[in-house]
Ligand binder design. Sequence first.
Ligand code: ADP
Ligand code: MG
Length: 313
Amino acid sequence: MTSEFEFIDRLRMRLPSATDDQVWIGDDAAVLENGQLFATDVLVEGVHFDLAWCDAAAVGWKALAVNVSDIAAMGGSPTAAVVSVVVPPGGGPLADDLGAGLAEASEVFGCALVGGDTSTGPALVVSVAILGTSPAAGAVLRSGARAGDAVFVTGTLGSPAAALDALETGEVPVPEGAARLHRPVPRLGEGAAAADAGATSMIDISDGLAADLGHIAGQSGVGVRVDADWIPREPDVPLAVALRGGDDYELCFTAPDPMQVGDAFLSRRLSPPTRIGEIVAARSEASAPSDLVLVVEGQSTPWPTGSWEHELD
Ligand code: ADP
Ligand code: MG
């Protein structure tokens, strides 16, 4: 079996490395000349959405929103996007609804839709590529976390995954969770505030907190200690879902000075992020799974694994 990440690693080995001042494969967005950000994300019918559970306008909205979220995760601002759409036979009205959702999101997120491509095919697919600008101090990468930094997350975690669980088992999802699943709102202001506050690393939570904070630890070469009691979640969301669920599109970031973080969010009138733990030194040079610790009721437990990852064969 080849997993998504094995494929990406093998592809990366075939390609030249990024120049010293740029970041290519491996972060939420690539960082190009002059800090220009460039990212893409695709939504596939039957894999990322089911039209029995949401309308095509929501799919259009989400396609742009998840791309904007990758720009937010660098502390950046979106500038322009292009969109490719594959429409199944007889899908004209569907495509129009999709376009309405894309146009709405474009206006709300201040990201111009400047082109794209359209084809027919066996299922509805929408792929967006997005450009953005870096914050003044430079894009916030996944690789900058340092021992002693505090770990923060915005919003609450797990509600969209809980809503998806409900839909998959034929139950009625909590409306707020379903709204967040189908029409996520990327945390642009929060990403910029974190960058202002000296964030050392950041990622958007698309594959679940455990996996995504794991990427920060791995790419920064550090360990992490998170207290399960501090993870913000709605009362109906089990801890396991808040840790492993995907589709949150909240931000997880690290920063050395919690006061500065509080001030940056307050001055932008944003709800303060929740401090959930700290970055610790890895025991060896490369961060290993044993360097990640979840504290449950005062006891150190192994880091949760088994989050969402596409299998390619
Ligand atoms: P995210 O969840 O932030 O969208 P992914 O987990 O999808 O990030 O991807 C991880 C990294 O691998 C990103 O830097 C992305 O650009 C890169 N990547 C993913 N798929 C491909 C691909 N087919 N070709 C090149 N790079 C890829
Ligand atoms: Mg991302």
